[in-house]
Design a protein around this ligand. Sequence first.
Ligand code: TXA
Ligand code: MG
Length: 341
Amino acid sequence: MNDSNWSIPGSSISPETGRGGQANTAPPAAEIARAVELLRAGDLVALPTETVYGLAGDGLNPVALARIFEVKQRPLYDPLILHFAEAEAAFAVAREVPAAALALAKRFWPGPLTLVLPRREVVPDLVTSGLPKVAVRVPAHPLALALLRAFGGPLAAPSANRFGRISPTDAAAVRAELGDAVPLILDGGSCRIGLESTVLEVNADGIRLLRAGGISVEEIEAFAGPVERANVARGTAPLAPGQVAHHYAPRKPLRLLAPGETPPTEPGAGWLAFGFVDCAANAVIKNLSSSGDLREAAAHFFRSLRDLDDHPDVKIIYATQPPAEGLGLAINERLARASAR
Ligand code: TXA
Ligand code: MG
């Protein structure tokens, strides 16, 4: 990495939270060295990525992997993504790499895309939950890449929240989720994308969407041709293990609004809105994007949901569903799960 070009992508996007990294600050070399030391000892480190913050551990060390499941209170059937600094290293843990996977990696890595490929023996069973395939990705955040390079091996990193809860998109949210259970939280500002990576299973005969995420299916299809989508949008069937019905859940009840509907005027209503809002509404409002921009909505989604969940005046959260196109598909999928309880 070129030190003079150091910048944190989160820096430009957090008008609501006021958080965000500072551009042109020096890479935190001492923090990275400390993180590597912890990781080599089998301990865990929270790190920023462009999608959400991850709870990272040595991807080849079963003790570290077990610790991830323990800290997250995550069931062992939910497999982990291995993160790499480079595509070549990611593909080295795969037994076969279809041409489509190579092309997708070339186009979208580093970036919010995870590829599920046949695994090699070197991948511990705890990573894949015993499945014959492994999920790999090269993240785009400079701090994540700097740590991956310094560590020199794969990092397993699920989102840094307790299982089933709201994913963290800034360091404060990680602290709220995991507190003292993680010895080091690297602060890289607010996540630029704000939704987890898109997960694709790539086979010789086609591409299957396992989780809608930070790159829209439309963008992938424009590049790679048709993608099998099954019913990801409805957020019901767990296509990928771990995508259980009640994921991303706030502590407070969450109700989905029909298109054009406004929340009832009752005390304690919170409104996760999208697009133009008539201010007559008698609710605590967090608007994901008043101009109806889906990328902006994605970047604000988890922080806004968390803010309403933490707001002392809010007893119930009402959510407007953005259109199910582009990143709206991934937002709706998460809203459906957040409301499933
Ligand atoms: O953006 C992201 O992907 C973030 C950041 C930290 O990189 N990570 C993340 O990890 O969202 P996690 O553990 O919260 O979600 C990973 C999901 C699993 O729940 C599962 O749905 C899918 O990826 N997955 C992982 N390994 C898989 C496998 N071998 N086969 C099928 N799906 C898999
Ligand atoms: Mg997660």
